[in-house]
Design a binder for this molecule. Structure first.
Ligand code: AMP
Length: 218
């Protein structure tokens, strides 16, 4: 199963990618996660990427393409993969196509998650996570038991720097200008599946797995 999850920030791509990866035993490649890990480890790449990420703008294509190319070569991708948050520009989509062709493989499906703008802003601005154990919460939908403190380890929760209002606006603008054209790009290639991402996580997962089931490895 080789799939791409497309959609604006906050539509639930990451949550569903985790579940699909577990269900079908495929690799999840999230460029956002890979970049945040590089920032945490203060690598040269992380230090360069942080400037863009904090503002909500995109990290240069060459950087993320390099990251994904490296991950796709990993034997853990042999059974398949779900790409979460990549590609985000037409040049990234073209580079992905070229990498897959050179390996003699192709995408099975590109899922476009659709959620209203109002819901997206609410989902993103309420997200919190624990800096120690990485547990995730949402102030409205999955609130911690006490204040803004981690249920598991008692650490004060943090908000991602790019989940603040000004960065959210920037990320949505970047999405409209640079990523939304990929919907038509993959529609032309007959790979696109439109998914309503506004329902509860379990309901979205059910629709998604129904659509992807035919591509499960035998
Ligand atoms: P995400 O967790 O997918 O929302 O990504 C967080 C941030 O990482 C984005 O706002 C970008 O700054 C950067 N990023 C993640 N994926 C990409 C990508 N494919 N191309 C460029 N920048 C990316």
């Amino acid at each position: 199963m080789r799939v791409v999850f497309l959609g604006a920030p906050g539509v639930g791509k990451g949550t569903q990618a985790d579940r699909i990866a577990a269900q079908y035993r495929i690799a999840k490649i999230s460029t956002g996660d890979l970049l945040r890990e590089a920032v945490r480890n203060q690598t040269a790449l992380g230090l360069e990427a942080k400037r863009y990420m904090d503002q909500g703008s995109l990290v240069p294509d060459a950087v993320v393409i390099g990251l994904v190319r490296e991950k796709l070569a990993d034997p853990r991708c042999e059974n398949g993969f779900v790409l979460d948050g990549f590609p985000r520009t037409v040049p990234q989509a073209e580079a992905l196509g070229a990498v897959l062709t050179s390996r003699g493989i192709a995408l099975d499906r590109v899922v476009n998650f659709q959620v209203s703008r109002e819901d997206i802003v609410r989902r993103l601005s309420g997200r919190r996570s624990c800096p120690k154990c990485q547990a995730t919460f949402h102030l409205d939908f999955a609130p911690p038991k006490v204040g803004e403190v981690c249920d598991r380890c008692g650490e004060p929760l943090m908000q991602r720097s790019d989940d603040r209002r000004d960065a959210i606006e920037m990320r949505l603008k970047v999405y409209d200008e640079q990523t939304a054209p990929l919907v038509a790009y993959y529609q032309e290639r007959r790979l696109l599946f439109q998914l309503d991402g506004s329902s509860a996580v379990d309901v979205v997962f059910q629709h998604l797995s129904q659509e992807l089931e035919p591509y499960r490895a035998v």
